[in-house]
Design a protein. Structure first.
Length: 276
């Protein structure tokens, strides 16, 4: 018997809601099977390797430059080490949970931080310039809503590769900006995912592969800037230690161009002869 106090259509609404819950539960069960697939698990392992490699780059660069008294408390790139590590750890957690766009916002922040901090440190190379003075320089001389200073940054790359690197950093930052601010690109991306049923929490191995590809490119660019901030000598010591067959950036675009700058090193020549 119908309850006279029950709003008209409430029973139909409750039935519809129950049906939706059953369909969602079915999708969740199927998705759990997909998450256990070799393809998805392989991309999760790749995510872990990218995360570990990025953390090692930041940490080892910080340790390397710490040999210079007061450097880690003065240079902005390295006074921001904890912030960068926090972002990398957060990105890994977000991506693993399927929260990809928020992870992309963190990537944009990391790029902007590295570019602007490195720019300030290169403009003020003397350790006599205090961190407070560098922060004031950042406030007054560096644009807040632009990454244009990248074109005044001098990375540890062959001279004929510098412009290409600068353009790629600018391009990646610009594309990620479409995720940070409300934009047509962000709306279109959401709509495309909805049409193929890839709602948040239901990402596929393909979605994770795309995200990992973006992360690999961002970390490749960031690695060049972190090592550049450490200086040529320290960067050479670190890249010789890092650049081995198992290193996930062993065949990357920019870190490999930086690495090849140190082929003259005796340690690398000795290692090469042993492998021949």
């Amino acid at each position: 018997m119908t309850n006279p106090e029950e709003p008209a259509g409430f029973g139909a609404l409750a039935e519809w809601w129950e049906q939706q819950q059953e369909e969602r539960a079915l999708k969740q069960r199927k998705h759990q099977e997909h998450l256990r697939s070799p393809q998805y698990q392989g991309q999760l392992k790749r995510l872990d390797r990218l995360t570990e490699a990025a953390i090692n780059l930041v940490y080892m660069s910080h340790v390397g430059i710490s040999r210079m008294p007061n450097a880690t408390d003065t240079y902005l790139v390295y006074s921001g080490t904890d912030d960068a590590l926090e972002c990398i750890v957060a990105i890994r957690a977000l991506v693993a949970q399927g929260v990809h766009n928020v992870a992309r916002r963190e990537c944009r922040y990391l790029l902007e931080q590295a570019v602007k901090f490195l720019y300030v440190d290169q403009q003020c190379p003397s350790l006599n310039v205090t961190r407070e003075q560098r922060i004031e320089f950042l406030k007054k001389e560096v644009p807040r809503s632009s990454i244009q200073p990248i074109f005044d940054v001098a990375p540890l790359l062959p001279s004929d590769e510098v412009r290409g690197f600068q353009e790629e950093v600018k391009g990646r930052w610009s594309s990620l900006s479409g995720i940070v601010h409300p934009s047509k690109e962000q709306i279109d991306e959401r709509a495309a995912r909805a049409r193929r049923g890839a709602f948040s929490g239901f990402e596929t191995a393909k979605d994770l592969t795309t995200m990992n590809n973006q992360l690999a490119s961002v970390y490749d660019c960031l690695g060049v800037m972190w090592l550049t901030a450490a200086g040529p000598s320290t960067a050479g010591d670190l890249i010789l230690e890092l650049d081995r067959e198992e290193w996930i950036f062993h065949k990357s675009k920019w870190l490999q161009k930086l690495s090849r700058q140190y082929d003259y090193k005796l340690e690398r020549q000795t290692s090469t002869r042993k492998n021949e």
